[in-house]
Design a protein around this ligand. Structure first.
Ligand SMILES: Nc1ncnc2c1ncn2[C@@H]1O[C@H](COP(=O)(O)OP(=O)(O)O)[C@@H](O)[C@H]1O
Ligand SMILES: [Mg+2]
Length: 574
């Protein structure tokens, strides 16, 4: 039942390739019919040429054999090539779907899964499926057809002898089934070990400096070795089961051959079988076992794909972000938080506690507070990177959940402390947010973000590919590029989360002056590291331990909040 369901899922991916698939099937049929024909022809040829002594036709036999086998070879090649192109195409579609799926999974699920595991699933599980699916497609249909035609020939020649020869068949079927189940489990476990390995490799590259400083080489190597051993064990098991099913068929071929020769010889002696028919059946039976072997292998292969597929399926079954149908619009009133509480996962403490807050539209709002207070968390709720477990957030009176999620997110421009840039040219990284931008607009945005000068100084300028040949930008340069994106897109809501933390204070001042041009027309939310930069904000919100502890203008807060005053003075010293 489960298998049927799995086949149905796989068949869905076959649809776009059905023409090629049918053509491949056609060549598979031709090749197996020819195989059947060649074994059938043994009887009349042998009996006519040798038994009835028409030796003058003898010279045609080699020509006949060469022609038939050349044709079989040609048709096999065509079908294998076409089937491979079908299966590779299918795997590509599966990959694309997985990639798209990952894009629409809520952030929290992706991080909970452990990044390595998720990424490894997309890369490894589909890569695993590819050759297995390819091999199976190449062999399964052709060999099934071949077995059927050969069986047909053998039964037609002498059915009882054929039955005797096939008496070993149940052992093969049963054996393959048992091995298939084992293979499937082994494949799933091998895949999960591969996932762990990918995750460890990721940690190694990302945390290389910390690892070198801490000198924890041995401990890390031990952990890595443990996963390697796990992978090693399960991979070997897979080979054992896979080869085991082939060997089972080999042994049974011996039994089958022995039975045909024994019983067939007896029939010839009793004159109930012509030598031609005997040869024909013997050939058919011996020929059957080779495709059977491949089919048995293909069955364990199918189980392997099923094992990998179960894991892929788990990703497909993850929930997707759901929005409403309302197209988002530029805020005219603002964002309202009503009793909002949020935690990152059920066993973690609340990161935000009963937040009641109004962020007025088209004003400059500053979020301040010690690190870990919940500032980043609070702004991540606006574009719905996460949804609060309790309470509700409204934009101009509509719950955020009513909005179409893409249009909601399109309202925002966000600069984070560690901006992410793609492995593309500076130009492509910039116009990502506004593909129709002109050269002048891009340059203007870069000027405002104080990124113009350093880009102009690069030998390749805007065409510089980030991350190529070891080229890398400094933290401050990355922040300036991310700011340039915001100046280019000029989104209705701008969120700057410690966006200038790695930029010197002179440049920072210049950027804030540029931001002032957007004042009054855009909602600007600033999380600032230096409190001097937020003094001019229309509204300052002070957060601590996930709560709003005070709000007001700079002057108001200096008077009513000693906490704010302290914070301000301590920052002011440096
Ligand atoms: N992705 C995350 N998963 C789990 N906990 C997190 C995550 N990000 C932040 N936190 C926790 O939430 C709390 C608030 O963090 P954050 O909003 O980043 O603070 P701030 O930006 O004010 O420094 C902290 O206790 C932090 O440990
Ligand atoms: Mg933060």
């Amino acid at each position: 039942m489960e298998l049927l369901f799995f086949l149905k899922e796989i068949l869905h991916y076959l649809k776009p390739f059905w023409k090629k698939f049918l053509l491949a099937l056609f060549f598979a049929i031709l090749s197996s019919l020819l195989t059947g024909f060649s074994t059938w022809a043994i009887k009349p040829i042998f009996n006519y040429v040798f038994m009835e002594k028409h030796y003058e036709y003898f010279k045609f036999i080699p020509i006949f054999i060469i022609t038939v086998f050349t044709l079989i070879g040609g048709f096999s090649l065509l079908q294998a090539y076409l089937m491979k192109s079908v299966s590779t195409g299918m795997v590509n579609f599966i990959r694309l779907d997985l990639f798209k799926k990952c894009l629409s999974i809520p952030v929290s699920y992706l991080t909970h899964y452990g990044e390595g595991q998720t990424i490894s699933r997309v890369i490894n599980d589909t890569a695993q499926i590819e050759p297995i699916l390819g091999d199976n497609f190449q062999t399964f249909f052709k060999e099934t057809l071949t077995v059927i035609t050969l069986l047909g020939v053998a039964f037609y020649q002498k059915w009882d002898l054929t039955l005797v020869a096939l008496s070993t068949m149940p052992i093969i079927v049963f054996g393959s089934k048992v091995l298939g189940v084992k293979t499937r489990k082994a494949r799933r476990l091998a895949q999960s070990a591969t996932g762990e390995l990918t995750q460890k490799m990721n940690e190694l590259t990302r945390g290389i400096k910390e690892i070198k400083i801490s000198g924890s080489y041995e401990k890390l190597s031990d952990l890595f070795l443990k996963e390697l051993n796990r992978f090693y064990r399960w991979s070997l098991k897979i080979t054992k089961y896979r080869e085991g099913s082939k060997s089972l068929v080999d042994v049974m071929t011996g039994f089958g051959g022995a039975l045909v020769i024994g019983y067939g010889g007896y029939l010839i002696i009793k004159n109930e079988l012509t030598p031609g028919a005997f040869l024909s059946i013997l050939t058919a039976i011996l020929l059957i076992f080779n495709p059977l072997r491949k089919l048995a292998r293909s069955y364990t292969g199918l189980k392997e794909v099923q094992g990998a597929w179960t894991r892929i399926q788990e990703i497909f079954e993850l929930p997707e972000e759901k929005g409403g149908i309302l197209k988002a619009f530029s805020p005219s009133k603002g964002f309202l938080f009503k009793n909002v509480s949020f935690r990152y996962s059920p066993n973690l403490p609340l990161a935000l506690k009963k937040i009641n807050l109004f962020l007025p539209a088209n004003k400059v709002i500053a979020l301040v507070g010690p690190s870990g207070a919940g500032k980043t968390t609070l702004v991540s709720l606006l574009p719905r990177f996460y949804d609060p477990q309790e309470g509700e957030i409204y934009l101009d009176g509509h719950s955020l959940k009513e909005f179409d999620i893409l249009s909601l997110r399109n309202l925002f421009g966000i600069v984070l402390q560690e901006p992410f840039l793609f492995n593309l040219s500076i130009w492509d990284n910039l116009i990502m947010v506004k593909p129709e931008a002109t050269k002048e607009e891009v340059i203007e945005a870069c000027r405002l973000a104080m990124a113009y000068e350093f880009i102009e100084k690069l030998p390749q300028g805007y065409e510089t590919i980030l991350g190529e040949e070891g080229f890398s930008l400094s933290g401050g340069q990355k922040q300036r590029l991310a700011l340039a994106r915001v100046f280019l897109k000029k989104p209705p809501v701008i969120i700057l989360d410690e966006a200038t933390s790695q930029i010197d204070s002179l440049t920072e001042v210049a950027i804030h002056q540029a931001l002032d041009q957007l004042r009054g027309k855009h909602t600007i939310i600033i999380i600032a590291h230096r409190l001097s930069t937020v003094k001019k904000a229309d509204k300052i919100i002070l957060l601590d331990k996930g709560r709003v502890v005070a709000e007001g203008t700079h002057e108001e807060l200096l008077i009513k909040s000693p906490f704010y005053k302290n914070l301000y003075q301590s920052f002011h010293k440096d």
